[in-house]
Ligand binder design. Structure first.
Ligand code: XMP
Length: 418
């Protein structure tokens, strides 16, 4: 018997139908999920699918296409905060992947999102503005199409994170002007969705895609976001992704590996963040470095970034300024400091400066991690000399003359900065 969760929350207009079965066999799950959709969408109803282009929403769209055919309207909004991949806007790549879906539409809402998000500094406030803008543009489209049902790629961790108040996810508790919200993947974790996407015949580059967060680069442009800083972020991020993929291709023959045993992509995630350039010396850590006889200095950056702290009964999200280390340090020492500095000084993030010492508008942080489930993560081990080459390239191509590598595992840092 299928487990279906039906909820009607007070503030929500729609009744939520969540298929909460887990997956043992992809083929069987596909049959069950398709049946779930058929049973919960009536024959005259039109369904809007909010499509980010990621593996969760793409898989959801394909399940709906199989279940209800051309009554599905997959919509991809150009929020302006999507990445640039290989010099090409990601929205165009999504359009290419979905052009065969009958009612697919790419909707340009860049300026609406920019108007609402630019100028905001606080991380959670940015997320909220992004979310309410998303709600607004999607509701306009729902009305225009006359859809009564909506679907999206919500998976189990999205629900757990929002319920646990770790962060407000884009796709949970959002008010859409439909009668029903039907979510077929709500019982699954990421590795299962990837298996399902593979079963559905998606190309490897799609089912292996690294996770990308809902609010996109608005959350990777740390602190106040504006047009110039966002452009800096897009260029830097594209360089980091290309570099890591080239490195893996050269050394392992593929841009990313798939660990069948734990069901994880290797590397798990790799991206750039853009931070403000202001900093001030951290006297306490400087004394510690001196006591260790290390030729290095420590600075607190101006922006705050997120971390996680173990507390009784679970984890709590914390905000603190990242610490930048500058100096002559060997990889083993860096590895040690990435763990020791947070635990001694209560900071949640430590970066090591790869290039640059002069004044800079923005600092680029390189974040690259291995993880099996995003709950814990370890910095990716690529020789320091390689990261330095990437640092030089970023400093050449952007307005960030300081480029640093993030040394911190999760916990105490989070994978993302906001
Ligand atoms: P953190 O930063 O909490 O991230 O260590 C864990 C994983 O979740 C992804 N992430 C998000 N995904 N919407 C998403 O769809 C979001 O708002 C969001 N925030 C973080 C992050 O990329 C990582 O894989």
């Amino acid at each position: 018997m299928d487990r279906v969760v039906m909820q009607k929350e007070k503030s929500m207009k729609a009744t939520v139908f969540r298929f909460t079965n887990s997956m043992e066999d992809p083929r069987r799950f596909l049959k069950e999920a398709t049946k779930f959709v058929e049973e919960n969408v009536s024959s005259g109803e039109k369904v809007v699918c909010a499509l980010s282009g990621g593996v969760d929403s793409s898989t959801t769209a394909e399940i709906f296409r199989r279940a209800i055919g051309n009554r599905l309207y997959p919509l991809h909004f150009d929020t302006g905060f999507m990445r640039r991949i290989g010099g090409k806007e990601e929205v165009k790549l999504v359009e290419e992947s979905f052009k065969d879906f009958e009612n697919f539409e790419l909707i340009d809402k860049k300026e609406t999102f920019y108007d609402n998000v630019f100028g905001k500094e606080d991380a959670e406030e940015k997320r909220k503005s992004f979310r309410s803008t998303y709600e607004q543009v999607l509701n306009e489209k729902i009305e225009e199409i006359g859809a009564t049902v909506m679907t999206q790629g919500t998976i189990r961790p999205d629900i757990l994170e929002t319920e646990g108040k770790i962060k407000s996810q884009n796709n949970v508790d959002t008010d859409f002007d439909v009668e029903k919200l039907v979510e077929p993947l709500a019982g699954l974790y990421k590795p299962d969705v990837r298996k399902l996407a593979k079963e559905l015949g998606f190309p490897e580059k799609n089912w292996m895609r690294q996770p990308f967060l809902g609010p996109g680069l608005s959350a990777r442009t740390v602190g106040v976001v504006n047009r110039e800083k966002l452009e800096n972020e897009k260029i830097a991020n594209d360089l980091v992704e290309r570099f890591v993929e080239r490195y893996f291709e050269k050394n392992y023959g593929r841009v990313g590996l798939w660990d069948e045993v734990v069901g994880a992509r290797i590397p798990f995630q790799y991206f750039a963040v853009t931070l403000d350039g202001e900093m001030e010396a951290n006297g306490e850590i400087n004394e510690y470095l001196e006591d260790l006889g290390l030729d290095a200095e420590a600075f607190n950056l101006k922006n705050k970034a997120t971390g996680v702290k173990e507390v009784e009964g679970g984890r709590e999200r914390v905000y603190s300024p990242p610490v930048l280390l500058r100096g002559n340090l060997e990889p083993e020492v860096l590895n040690y400091l990435g763990r020791e500095v947070p635990s001694r000084f209560g900071v949640s993030r430590v970066l090591f400066q790869l290039v640059g010492s002069e004044e800079t508008d923005w600092i680029v942080g390189i974040r690259a991690v291995d993880s099996k489930d995003a709950i814990t993560a370890e910095p990716l081990e690529i020789p320091l000399s390689e990261w330095e080459e990437l640092g030089k390239e970023i400093a050449r191509e952007t307005d960030s003359k300081i480029v640093a590598y993030d040394l911190t595992p999760k916990p105490p840092a989070t994978i993302e900065y906001e």
